[in-house]
Design a binder for this molecule. Structure first.
Ligand code: ATP
Length: 351
């Protein structure tokens, strides 16, 4: 029987609640499938751990993570640690250290869920976020702190290799979808260096994919198109920052942040990939038992797909959709169900 080594990093806020739910569902699925099993190791890396030890990832931590088949990640972010410290302390060292350059974010309105958008039922998008450079390259500095001449710079970095590989990945993914349509999101009217190269390389790569229809949209116009003409969108490729913002909008338009999944992929499989719900720590509902676990179940389905278990991945999606269709919804979707009730219902389906 195939065994997959999974590193679970529940992290902060509702992270531990949804990761526990996700692991429970994965366990039930593996048992009923019978063809594979999971060997899960928990890593306590979180903001509490940081406050105690002074670091999120201990010495040798990334080396250890490398030995896993996949990383199942909850959330990072705490009221006691500045957000840029927690993000750069835990999530980004893994995503960048393991060259998980393709961040895949599907958005779809699940059965029984109502989109806040008129005509929103037509949403069926995949947003691909460049996940290794761009605005998140960490390239900048700050001098003369507190003085009137204080200066801070934050320079985006676009490399030909980085841009080409994400565009190629996006074309490959768009090609597998029924609509075979890829929209390039850009801001090359105002940003005339990196963004212009971003566009140029896209159209160079496009020549290798004549079967994929393309178009180009400025990021500001893209927000209105997502709201007013959702049916004209299929697959989207955008930079690290643009895609981050667009995918929160996509999640909200498809019902709730509580249902949106994401995969941080190292497509060449030199390193493990990382799977996480899009949402963050959500302190307002932490510990109340009402966090929506659907995003994490959908994330688990993406992980199964990546691990080479497409049938199990499809079964997970089917279980999720059967349960959302019954309107057993957590409060973020307008219901009264708890995390435990939704988890139990999904597990019942998986049995
Ligand atoms: P971050 O800054 O990391 O994005 P955050 O805590 O500021 O984190 P999110 O966690 O992304 O923000 O969520 C914003 C709000 O959306 C939360 O305060 C919560 O009300 C709601 N939310 C997010 N995820 C869920 C979920 N799984 N279930 C229910 N509600 C959720």
């Amino acid at each position: 029987m195939k065994t997959y080594k999974i590193a679970a990093i529940p992290g902060d806020g509702i992270g531990p609640e949804v990761i526990a739910a996700g692991l429970e569902a994965l366990e039930v699925l593996a048992k009923s499938d019978g063809g594979f099993r999971f060997d899960v190791e928990h890593f306590p890396w979180s903001s509490d751990y940081y406050l105690k030890n002074g670091f999120y990832i201990p010495e040798g931590g990334l080396e250890k993570l490398k030995t896993f088949d996949a990383i199942f990640f909850g959330a990072v972010g705490s009221q006691e640690v500045p957000d840029h410290v927690s993000l750069w302390g835990l999530r980004l060292p893994i995503a960048q250290g393991f060259d998980q350059y393709a961040n895949v974010r599907p958005a779809r309105v699940l059965p029984g869920v109502t989109s806040p958008l008129t005509g929103g039922q037509e949403i069926d998008w995949v947003i691909i976020r460049e996940n290794s450079e761009g605005e998140y390259a960490g390239n900048g500095g700050r001098t003369h702190r507190g003085l009137p001449i204080e200066t801070a710079t934050e320079t985006s970095v676009f490399t030909r290799a980085g841009v080409e590989r994400i565009h190629r990945f996006s074309f490959e993914l768009a090609r597998t979808r029924p609509a075979k349509h890829l929209t390039l999101v850009t801001k090359s009217n105002a940003q005339r260096f990196g963004m212009v190269m971003w566009d140029e390389i896209f159209f160079e790569v496009a020549k290798d994919y004549p079967d994929v229809r393309t178009d180009r949209e400025l990021v500001d116009a893209m927000t209105t198109r997502m709201v007013l003409k959702p049916q004209t969108i299929d697959t989207i490729v955008a930079t690290n920052l643009h895609a981050d913002i667009l995918s929160d909008l996509a999640a909200a338009l498809s019902g709730s942040l509580g249902i949106a999944p994401t995969a941080n992929l190292n497509p060449e499989r030199q390193f493990p990939s990382m799977f996480e719900p899009i949402h963050g720590s959500a302190f307002d509902i932490t510990g109340k038992g009402v966090a929506n676990p659907i995003a994490t179940f959908w994330t688990a389905s993406m992980m199964l797909e990546h691990l080479g278990q497409p049938a199990a991945a499809a079964r997970m999606m089917k279980a999720i959709e059967t349960v959302t269709a019954t309107k057993l919804h957590t409060p973020d979707l307008g219901g009264k169900a708890t995390t435990a009730q939704v988890t139990k219902a999904v597990c019942e389906q998986l049995k």
